[in-house]
Design a protein around this ligand. Sequence first.
Ligand code: BJW
Length: 248
Amino acid sequence: MSMAEFSPDLISILRAAQHIAVLTGAGVSAESGIPTFRDAQVGLWAQYRPEDLATPEAFLRNPKLVWDWYAWRRGRVSQVQPNAGHYALAQMQQRVAQFSLLTQNVDGLHQRAGSVGVIELHGNITRVKCSREGIVIDRWEETGETPPRCPHCGAGLRPDVVWFGEMLPREALLAANAATNTCDVFFSIGTSSLVEPAASLGRVASHRGATVVEVNPTVTPLTTHATFSLQGPAGVILPALIKAVWPS
Ligand code: BJW
């Protein structure tokens, strides 16, 4: 992708931007080898839909199954590296006065690429919390039970992520709303824009007159609200865009 393929209007808007807010989804990690949420699962997990495992009901019904799925995914995350899209966003942060990175991803790859102050809307797969008290647990005794037990109250441990039907972390949601309501440019990158409340952020930014830029190989419900739709993989588009906007 070359500079000539980006609209000159987009380039000048980004050069003048004072506050850029970016929302990312699973697509930004796809080129690192992490399947997106709505990709078909493979191997042991091929018979399950992620939507049926990422729920409090699934954990109540079969805590071992859900724990094992997250343990398997945690293993994958530890084996992959951030890609060119993650690094481009870390670079973008260096170029603008104010930058807010809101992610629905639980894989920590933005932080590993050097992004700071990342707002995690759906938690982080590397952390574990008590399923009863909700407190983050760093150490527990391995007794052979799956899931392991909370050292304080004996309830089962679970990943510190946000499942369907659960509230997003209050501070993260407040920060995401504040960024959406004050940015002059809003990027929506690698998300299907289907899961609320994150899906609404791009529309809110658009209604208040921010420039909305979507980066995704396919169309989504946000595409018609976007000022610029850049269709392609984030790991290709974002580095090229950074080079076009801030060449030195
Ligand atoms: C590329 C690419 C490349 C591929 N480059 N792009 C209002 C109306 C209706 C329902 C609701 C509503 N408000 C709330 C709800 C209920 C529910 C919801 O939204 N349901 C919808 C499905 C309808 N929301 C909730 O329950 C939320 N809680 C909440 O709102 O509490 C209050 C409340 C509850 C109930 C009712 C009302 C209010 C919580 C949502 C939690 C989501 N959790 C998960 C799991 C996290 C842990 C885990 O990872 O296991 O988060 S679900 C899953 O979806 C995960 C993701 O973060 C999230 C978003 O998915 P994402 O990132 O968009 O991934 P994909 O796979 O969908 O899309 C990938 C995209 O990448 C595609 O577009 C590709 O084209 C693209 N792509 N390669 C760029 N190289």
